[in-house]
Design a binder for this molecule. Structure first.
Ligand code: PEP
Ligand code: MG
Length: 756
């Protein structure tokens, strides 16, 4: 059975299309189980129906026609129960539903299993047979195993749009193509897709219509010729010294290149409407997929050869024809793994939205997008972002969805929502200069998180009382070398001067984790538990000293600067950092700068710091909670992994209890306690943060207006009552629901759902 299973999976994974894969699956399963019928029903969520999409044994004309309501029939029952149902005579079952077009009158035995992906039912896989009998355990296990494979294929088809296309055919009407990810930055963005991809990376080359088919074919031929010649020269040079195995490799490469097939295939893809680079990607990927799915180890190894060759040809094509992105006036920036710098490269005023295939709402790209007020969807995952180039796109940053080439009605609906958002923003703007004080007189500091020079004006316009977190790594990330001390001084000075006399907290370099510096590579298996933040800068005191000297020089005459240390896990790190800070202060004063020693703070963002908050508070002037990392480390949930994004919630009861402990410890030492993670800008959380006793909240500029609005419409007393209530709850989901309801009841629901 295992061999049959492997063969079916191999065949299905190398199928040319989604519908071919389904066809192959039903035929092979029916064969393997020696049963007369095997069918796949997929769930059409739009209409609440299961659609027959492939069958062996039922009426083939009924494919894409039969639709079973979600709560009807045995199909519906399998979906409801989310477990296999094995019945010897289905016609006697109370949920049996006779569907005239199916042609299943003769079938009695029934075994159906749900197709589930990430806890969601995607469809039902069934087998049937004329004479009544129960399928045995091994047959059931076989079907269940194939259902898990089918789930992955459907999920992939959902991401690539092939599923929507299939459903479209079945209903005979247009379905808008929607990719789902996770919310990255709130808001709705409409514009044209611009796909960014790293050079010399075959998998991320986008599809693009060629301007001139013949010219693309010429480029391709030239690239093939160059690679052929390069390989010839290489092999000639190395031949005498090469062992025979490696020599054989060159021969294999030459043979692949010389075979008319590969070149012809790519040229056919060009003629079918793709440019040379995209056409090359298509062909190479098809070959690689096929080879990798084979049983034979030797053939699997050939996949590596094909990939390598593809890369060589691509390198030639890109050397001759590297396309620099053409940003449109309303650019929706799309990429496999966008970096903060990619956002900064779009001309000012042209960035309408961001879509990233990887990452989650807590990735730094998303944080930056929020600061820039650019609607963003992260982690659309396996979506075929290749073909979004030049397409009309709507980014729904509230729900984490990306609509591709939307129809008129959808566009109109989103335009209406954008208008409503503008109205809300105008209302928030009216209270911009009023203090953040609750109705019963509790004053809370409202500060901004920044990192880009460009967002200074946005932050000032938001009416922030200062900067609660300046991520100094951002200017470091945007260069191809460490910025000099003087370059840093100028950047910090501009920021400090723009906000003076309001306080500005500069955080020392926090690289590592998901913020590697391109010119300071760190290769680690577990970067979030590795060399990051203060660990790097204490190991490289020259980098740390250069930075804090630049900060101190920049503060002369302004005296509004504070310095904060990231990723502190141990008091000795603070002691060492303080020693270096004092040293830098003395040196800069010796240089003749007339400055005061800045206030120093520590970020509380790992569990050990929570338990040592009091000892840490004793040593410094203030504490600031980094709830993004604190949540990741307390819950052991990677903040960047979309697969576990549903487990990542800073309203988890464990996180709330940690926050309470931090604030209590800090206040016992008489120190100021703020929070600068994304939680501070979450309208749903703000009442709890007031009740916990934070002195100030620091957030993205785009959240300041909403948070000020919430604070001014609630009381500390009511917040304390809510905190008391949620502390009796045991899950983040319950707490979030409770707080959302409280916001709705207070008439503040529009702050969390954009006009919906
Ligand atoms: C945090 O971890 O909450 C934080 C503010 O720092 P960053 O997001 O830059 O890691
Ligand atoms: Mg952090």
């Amino acid at each position: 059975m295992l061999t049959i299973l492997r063969h079916i999976i191999q065949e299905v994974t190398s199928a040319q299309s989604f519908s071919d894969a389904l066809e192959i699956m039903v035929k092979r399963i029916a064969n393997a189980l020696a049963t007369q019928a095997c069918s796949i029903f997929l769930l059409d969520r739009h209409h609440g129906e299961y659609v027959l999409v492939a069958t062996q044994g039922l009426n083939p004309k009924a494919v894409n026609k039969i639709r079973v309501p979600i709560n009807k029939g045995l199909i519906g029952l399998v979906g409801e129960r989310e477990e296999p149902i094995n019945i010897d005579d289905a016609t006697k079952h109370p949920r049996f539903l006779h569907v005239a077009e199916a042609g299943e009158e003769a079938y009695r035995a029934f075994l159906g299993t749900p197709v589930i992906y990430h806890r969601q039912v995607l469809g039902v896989l069934i087998v049937q047979q004329e004479e009544p009998r129960r399928y045995d355990e091994s047959e059931e296990a076989f079907l269940v195993t194939l259902a898990t494979q089918l789930a992955a294929i459907i999920a992939h088809a959902e991401a690539t749009g092939a599923l929507a296309e299939l459903m479209e055919n079945s209903k005979g009407k247009r379905h808008d193509l929607v990719y789902s990810g996770v919310p990255g930055a709130p808001g709705i963005g409409m514009g044209t897709g611009v796909v960014i991809y790293p050079p010399y990376d075959l998998d991320s080359v986008p599809d693009r219509e060629p301007d001139n088919i013949e010219a693309e074919i010429e480029l391709l031929d030239a690239a093939f010729a160059t690679v052929r010649e390069d390989l010839r020269q290489l092999s000639e040079r190395l031949y005498p010294t090469l062992p025979s195995e490696e020599r054989a490799l060159f021969d294999v490469y030459q043979r692949i290149l010389d075979s008319a097939d590969l070149g012809k295939e790519v040229a056919d893809n060009i003629r079918a409407g793709n440019w040379a680079q995209g056409a090359l990607r298509q062909s190479i990927q098809t070959h690689v997929r096929r080879l990798e799915s084979l049983d034979n180890e030797y053939m699997r190894e050939r996949a590596v050869d094909i990939k390598d060759l593809g890369l060589r040809v691509l390198a030639c094509l890109q050397k001759n024809n590297r396309i620099t992105p053409q940003y449109s006036e309303k650019t929706i920036l799309i990429g496999e793994a966008l970096a903060p710098t990619d956002l900064a490269e779009v001309p000012e005023g042209c960035l309408a939205g961001v879509v990233s295939a990887s990452g989650s709402g807590n990735s730094h790209v998303a944080i930056l997008a929020r600061a820039m007020k650019v609607p963003t969807v992260m982690g659309v995952g396996e979506a075929q972002i290749h073909d979004l180039q030049g397409k009309e796109i709507i980014v729904d940053g509230y729900y984490g969805q990306v609509h591709v080439s939307p129809g008129l009605s959808l566009r109109t609906e989103f335009e209406r929502l954008i208008q409503e958002e503008k109205k809300l923003d105008a209302e928030l703007d009216e209270i911009r200069d009023l203090p953040a004080v609750t109705k019963d007189g509790q004053r809370i500091g409202l500060l901004v998180n920044t990192g880009l020079g460009a967002d200074i004006s946005i932050s000032l316009a938001a009416g922030a009382e200062g900067v609660g977190l300046y991520r100094t790594e951002i200017p470091f990330l945007m260069r191809d070398r460490f910025p000099s001390g003087e370059e840093q001084r100028i950047i910090y000075r501009q920021l400090l001067a723009s906000f003076a006399p309001r306080p500005v907290i500069l955080r020392t370099l926090d690289v590592g984790g998901d913020k590697p510096l391109p010119y300071f590579p760190i290769k680690e298996d577990n970067p979030f538990l590795g060399w990051r933040g203060i660990r790097i800068t204490l190991d490289h005191p020259e980098i740390f000293l250069s930075q804090i000297r630049a900060m101190m020089r920049a503060s002369e005459g302004l005296n509004n600067m504070r310095v904060m240390l990231p990723m502190i896990t141990d008091v000795t790190e603070v002691d060492e950092a303080l020693r270096l800070l004092k040293k830098a202060y003395a040196e800069v004063r010796d240089e003749g700068y007339d400055i005061e020693m800045p206030q120093i703070g520590v970020m509380i963002e790992v569990p050990s710091a929570v338990y040592q908050a009091r000892a840490l508070a004793k040593r410094v002037d203030f504490l600031s909670v980094g709830s993004n990392d604190l949540t990741q480390y307390l819950l052991a949930v990677d903040r960047n992994n979309p697969r576990v994004a549903n487990l990542y919630d800073a309203l988890h009861p464990a996180v709330l209890r940690a926050l309470i402990q931090i604030v209590e410890s800090g206040h016992q030492e008489g120190k100021h306690i703020s929070i600068c993670g994304e939680l501070a800008g979450d309208p749903v959380a703000v009442m709890l943060l007031i009740a916990i006793g934070f002195d100030s909240l620091s957030m993205n500029a785009s959240s300041v207006g909403r948070i000020r609005w919430v604070i001014r419409h609630v009381t500390k007393k009511k917040s304390a009552k809510l905190l008391h209530e949620v502390l009796s709850m045991e899950s983040a989901v319950m707490i979030r629901c409770h707080m959302e309801l409280a916001l709705e009841r207070a008439g503040l629901g529009n702050l969390i759902r954009a006009g919906r």
